[in-house]
Design a protein. Structure first.
Length: 248
């Protein structure tokens, strides 16, 4: 169970304390449990949304979003802000882009990216709750946490001594592919709207992968965080839009 606790400790603010220092193999296996942690987050968000059902939808949506951000410690939002700053301030230069991403300061573009993503998520959450599509909340964070699996399996990690460098040497690749495919296949439960959201989700992943490779030759921890936020936002938006045009 150590890989699970590693994933839970890294992806949430829950006070998880590991009794022994995990080895490289356990760190690599922890990626298998990223979607599982996402599922737990989704169940919490769904349960809270049900508890708040008697409140005005606008307030429920705001509280669910704040809880969502708090549970993850804003980890991926931080990656989004750093990536946005670096992409604009890097002026197309790979080395400059990577250097800016290491800067802990958040510039105006980073702040703007956070505002836009949070605004879109809030609006989509509002519609999701208003249209009684709450069940989608369960798998939404799960799909978001499958994004790192995609990048670790398909894209080069560009920092030689970064946090993820040791993970790459101990990845259970076959199992990761199985978990990734099973996770995205859950969208089929939502019929045509789910299939449309799946297509949008995969398009976002491949498009971001292309952008990352073109600019810096691969991915970093910050770009994966950005990809999680952008993929989640695109996923919930595409599902909500499709629910008005296609039968859920």
């Amino acid at each position: 169970m150590t890989p699970f606790w590693i994933a839970l400790q890294f992806l949430t603010v829950l006070p998880i304390e590991l009794k022994v220092l995990p080895d490289a193999r356990q760190n690599g296996q922890s990626l298998l449990f990223y979607p599982v942690v996402g599922l737990l987050l989704g169940l919490v968000l769904f349960a809270v949304a049900m508890l708040l059902a008697k409140l005005p939808v606008i307030l429920s949506a705001a509280l669910v979003l704040v809880l969502w951000i708090w549970l993850t410690g804003g980890l991926h939002l931080d990656g989004l802000a750093d990536t946005a700053d670096a992409w604009v301030g890097g002026f197309g230069d790979p080395e400059r882009t990577l250097k800016i991403m290491k800067d802990p300061a958040c510039g105006p573009i980073g702040v703007l990216s956070l505002v836009v993503v949070c605004l879109l998520k809030f609006a989509a959450l509002y519609v999701l709750l208003e249209q009684k599509l709450d069940l989608f909340l369960i798998i939404l964070p799960m799909l978001g946490r499958s994004v790192p699996l995609f990048f670790f399996l398909t894209t080069r990690y560009v920092r030689a001594h970064g946090l993820a460098s040791s993970l790459l040497e101990n990845l259970p690749k076959t199992a990761l592919w199985m978990f990734f495919v099973i996770t995205i296949a859950l969208l089929c439960m939502f019929y045509w709207a789910g299939l449309f959201a799946m297509a949008a989700f995969l398009f976002i992943l491949f498009y971001l992968r292309r952008c990352f490779i073109k600019r810096i030759g691969g991915f970093t921890g910050d770009t994966v965080g950005a990809a999680i936020e952008l993929a989640e936002t695109g996923l919930i938006l595409s599902f909500v839009v499709a629910s008005f045009y296609l039968r859920v």
